[in-house]
Design a protein around this ligand. Structure first.
Ligand code: BES
Ligand code: MN
Ligand code: ZN
Length: 496
C-alpha cells in the first residue's frame, strides 16, 4: 500500500473510491465541491437514509458513470468539536466500508483545521492499520484485497516529510500485532529471539542474545526462576540502535516477554482467560516493533537499547514453588509468594541489565496486571514514573499517536504491602492497588539516578472486537508512542 499526497483539490482527482469527510450542516456545500450533476439525487438519498453527518455516521454509494465510482461519506460532526482522533475513527469507518476493494483510494478531510502534517500522518497510519489482516495461519486465506494506492487529497506538500514516517511506523505496529497474535506453540522464546536477530540484520541494529548460562553467570535469579518451569530455554534479547554521528542521549526500552503465562503453580483458573495469555509478550512486541521502525527511520542523536528477557511461565517438576526465595542480579532477594506475578520477576533482571548500560532514561512496557485493566479498561495503558518530564514526554507522544495513556501514582507508602517476613521484598502485595505495587516492585530494580517510566499495557494489548483502527485481536499498542517519543528526542522531529 503506497500512501501519498494529492495536494491539488478534489476536482481533479480521478481515482475509484473516495472517502469524504462531511460536516454537519455543510452537506450540500461540500457536495458542490465534487459534483453537480448528481448532487441533488444524492442529497435526496441522504435525507431518506437520515444521514446528518454526525460523528460515526456513514453513507456509501456506487456511482455508475464516473470517477469516483464509489463514494463513502463519513460524518465529522461540527468543525469546532473535531479532533485528529476523530479523523482516525472516520478513516477506520470508511476503510471498513470498502473492505476487499483494491481500487485506488482517495481520502478528503478538512486537513486545514489541524497541522496538516500531523493530520495526514494520523490518517495515513489509520488507513494502513485498519486494513491489516493476519493471514498466516489459514490454508486458504480470503484474499484480502487492499488499495495499492491511497491518496490524501488536498494535503499541502509541506506534509511530505511526515508522510515518510507512516510506512516504518506501521511496519513496526504490524510486526508487533503478528508477534502478539501468534500462538504460543509458534511464538516461543527462541522464535522471539530469532525475530529480533532478523530485525537487527535487516535494519542495521546490533544484536546480542544471552543464553541461560550467561544469564546465570550474571546472577539473573528472578528471571531464571520463572523460566525454569518451562521445557523451552529462555532467551535474553538485546538490540542496539546506534545513530550516525554524535550520540547526545542514550535510552533503553524494556519489554515483558512471556510467550505464555499459565500462572505457574498459582495456575490461572476460572475467569482468568488462560488461553489469551499468549499476549503476555505484548511489551516485547512493542519493543521489537519500535526497534524495526527506528532502524528504518534512523533518527539522529539518540542511541536506543531494546531489551527483552523472554521465557514462558509454565509448570513442571522444577518450576518455582509458591514461597521460593530467589535473588535478582542486583543482589536483592525476593520471596515469590505468587508464581503468577512472574512478569515483574523477569523485568527485575531486565531493568538491572538496562541500568548497567547507564542510559539517560528507561521505559518499560508490560502486560503486567489485571488490576490495571480493571482501573483503566482496554483503551488506556497506565503510566508510572517519578519524573514529571518523562511523563509529559510520553503522554505527548501517546497523544500524537492516538494511543491512550494515563499517569497513575507511584504511592511510596504502598511499598509496605511488599514487605516479606524473610526476604528483602515479596513479589505481590494486597489485591487493592495491585497495579501500583507492581510498579513499586519494579522500581526496586532501577537505579534512582536514571529516569524511569513503567507502562502497563495489559488492557490495550488486545481487543475482542474491531475498535477504531484496531482490527479484533492484537493491537500492536505502544509502537507508535515509543517511536514518536524516541524521534521527539532526536533532530528528526515528528510534527507535534
Ligand atoms: N500477565 C498477567 C497480567 C494480566 C492479567 C494481563 C489479565 C492481562 C489480563 C500477570 O502476569 C499476572 O498474572 N498478574 C497477576 C498479578 C497478581 C498475582 C498479583 C494478576 O494481575 O492477576
Ligand atoms: Mn502472571
Ligand atoms: Zn504475565
Amino acid at each position: 500500500m503506497k500512501i501519498s499526497l494529492y495536494p491539488s483539490g478534489i476536482k481533479d482527482w480521478d481515482g475509484s473510491v473516495l472517502i469524504l469527510g462531511i460536516f454537519q450542516e455543510k452537506i450540500e456545500e461540500q457536495l458542490n465541491e465534487i459534483e453537480t450533476s448528481w448532487k441533488n439525487s444524492l442529497l435526496r438519498r441522504l435525507k431518506e437514509q437520515d444521514f446528518n453527518a454526525k460523528k460515526g455516521e456513514i453513507a456509501t454509494f456506487q456511482i455508475l458513470n464516473g470517477s469516483p465510482n464509489k463514494l463513502i461519506l463519513v460524518g465529522l460532526g461540527a468543525p469546532k468539536n473535531l479532533l485528529i482522533d476523530d479523523l482516525r475513527k472516520a478513516t477506520a469507518l470508511g476503510a471498513r466500508a470498502n473492505l476487499g476493494n483494491p481500487g485506488q483510494l482517495g481520502i478528503s478531510f478538512p486537513w486545514e483545521l489541524f497541522d496538516p502534517s500531523a493530520a495526514a500522518k494520523a490518517v495515513g497510519e489509520a488507513i494502513r492499520l485498519t486494513l491489516f489482516k493476519d493471514l498466516r495461519f489459514r490454508n486458504k486465506p480470503d484474499p484480502s484485497l487492499k488499495p495499492e494506492i491511497v491518496q490524501l487529497i488536498g494535503v499541502p506538500t509541506s506534509a511530505e516529510k511526515s508522510i515518510e514516517f507512516i510506512s516504518p511506523i506501521c511496519s513496526g505496529v504490524e510486526l508487533a500485532r503478528e508477534l502478539v497474535g501468534a500462538p504460543p506453540n509458534f511464538l516461543t522464546p527462541a522464535k522471539l529471539a530469532e525475530t529480533a536477530s532478523s530485525i537487527a540484520k535487516n535494519h542495521n541494529l546490533e544484536s546480542t542474545i544471552l543464553e541461560e548460562e550467561e544469564c546465570l553467570s550474571r546472577g539473573m535469579g528472578a528471571y531464571l526462576a520463572v523460566a525454569k518451569g518451562s521445557d523451552l530455554n529462555p532467551k535474553f534479547i538485546h538490540l542496539t540502535y546506534k545513530p550516525k554521528g554524535e550520540v547526545r542521549r542514550r535510552i533503553a526500552i524494556v519489554g515483558k516477554g512471556l510467550t505464555f503465562d499459565s500462572g505457574g503453580y498459582n495456575l490461572k483458573v476460572g475467569a482468568a482467560q488462560i488461553e489469551l495469555m499468549k499476549f503476555d509478550m505484548g511489551g516485547s512486541a512493542s519493543v521489537l516493533g519500535a526497534a524495526r521502525a527506528i532502524g528504518e527511520i534512523n533518527p539522529k542523536g539518540t542511541e536506543v537499547h531494546f531489551i527483552v528477557a523472554a521465557c514462558e511461565n509454565m509448570i513442571n517438576g522444577s518450576a518455582v514453588h509458591p514461597g521460593d526465595i530467589v535473588s535478582a542480579s542486583n543482589g536483592k532477594t525476593i520471596e515469590i509468594n505468587n508464581t503468577d506475578a512472574e512478569g515483574r520477576l523477569t523485568l527485575a533482571d531486565a531493568l538491572v541489565y538496562a541500568c548497567d548500560l547507564k542510559p539517560d532514561a528507561i521505559v518499560d512496557l508490560a502486560t503486567l496486571t489485571g488490576a490495571c485493566v480493571i482501573a483503566l479498561g482496554d483503551e488506556i495503558a497506565g503510566l508510572w514514573t517519578k519524573s514529571d518530564q518523562l511523563a509529559n514526554e510520553l503522554i505527548s507522544a501517546a497523544n500524537l499517536s492516538g494511543e491512550g495513556l494515563w499517569r497513575m501514582p507511584l504511592k511510596s507508602s504502598y511499598k509496605e504491602g511488599l514487605k516479606s517476613m524473610l526476604a528483602d521484598i515479596k513479589n505481590t502485595g494486597p489485591r487493592g492497588g495491585g497495579a501500583i505495587t507492581a510498579g513499586l516492585f519494579l522500581q526496586e530494580f532501577v537505579d534512582e539516578k536514571i529516569s524511569w517510566a513503567h507502562i502497563d499495557i495489559a488492557g490495550p494489548v488486545w481487543t475482542e472486537k474491531d475498535r477504531g483502527i484496531d482490527p479484533a485481536g492484537a493491537t500492536g499498542y505502544g509502537v507508535r508512542t515509543l517511536v514518536n517519543w524516541i524521534c521527539s528526542q532526536s533532530e528528526q522531529k515528528i510534527t507535534v
